[in-house]
Design a protein around this ligand. Structure first.
Ligand SMILES: C[S@@+](CC[C@H](N)C(=O)[O-])C[C@H]1O[C@@H](n2cnc3c(N)ncnc32)[C@H](O)[C@@H]1O
Length: 234
């Protein structure tokens, strides 16, 4: 019986090459055909021979088109080369839509190799056990959609806060301030790591976020009334 081609999926950790696992480095040494979701990652240097997909983010009509295109390119290569390596930032099982699409693809056998996520660094820096405090994790782009669930629910970590428009959407999602101040987790694991507080009202005008920025709302105790949710402006 013909076996399916194999797609190994690794994560490059949340920061520089020092946070890439030994197992991931061994696969980079041994699997010839290699892909990296984005070259915009501080550990991308460990995969000098990989092809990356950044151009898709620039040329696709919408970001919804990017991930199926990545899946198709990786599967096509696996069908031709029988074994390929696909790498993503952080952990492959945390907020990686292309990994979910590959896992659902019956043309290939997918082997996911666990790695450190930015979440591991976040909990360590904050001194928080997410299970003990019942932390919630959400995507900044979906903040308004989740607002009713979030308010009154305790601590929340918000990922994907990569530009000021998103920070504005988060701040203006509710007519009332959700918390007095927010902890910004910026470039965790890098030399210029910064963790600082900003007042809720200054969230979208006091620092420059990027693809390595997250927010920690230590306690969203205030309840938002449904009529006070603005939703996304864009
Ligand atoms: C698409 S998710 C991918 C997460 C990745 N798979 C992981 O496990 O680290 C990307 C988001 O994770 C957060 N993030 C990733 N690396 C980070 C870092 N070094 N410092 C702070 N936040 C980070 C940011 O919010 C970013 O927008």
């Amino acid at each position: 019986m013909r076996t399916k081609p194999i797609v190994h999926i690794i994560g490059l950790g949340p920061g520089g090459p020092d946070l890439v696992t030994r197992g991931a480095l061994d696969l980079i040494e041994s699997v010839e055909t290699q892909f990296l979701r984005t070259e915009r990652h501080p550990a991308a240097v460990v995969m000098p021979h990989a092809q990356w997909f950044d151009r898709l983010y620039d040329t696709a009509a919408s970001t919804d088109d990017v991930y199926p295109s990545i899946r198709d390119a990786v599967v096509r290569a696996a069908l031709s080369d029988s074994e390929v390596l696909y790498a993503v930032p952080g952990s492959p099982v945390v907020a990686e839509h292309s990994v979910q699409l590959l896992l659902a693809d019956e043309r290939v056998e997918v082997r996911v190799h666990p790695a450190m996520s930015f979440l591991d660094l976040a909990w360590a820096r904050l001194g928080v056990d997410p299970v003990a405090v019942g932390a919630r994790l959400i995507d900044g782009y979906l903040f308004a959609e989740h607002l009713l669930d979030l308010s009154g629910s305790g601590p929340v970590l918000v990922a994907q806060c990569d530009n000021r428009f998103i920070l504005s959407d988060i701040k203006l999602a509710s007519e009332e301030a959700l918390v007095d101040s927010v902890t910004v987790l910026h470039h965790l694991g890098l030399d210029d790591e910064a963790i600082f507080e900003v007042p809720w009202d200054d969230l979208d005008r006091s620092f420059e976020p990027d693809h390595l920025t997250s927010l920690w709302l230590s306690s969203v105790q205030r309840r938002v009334r449904p009529g006070r949710i603005r939703g996304r402006r864009r």
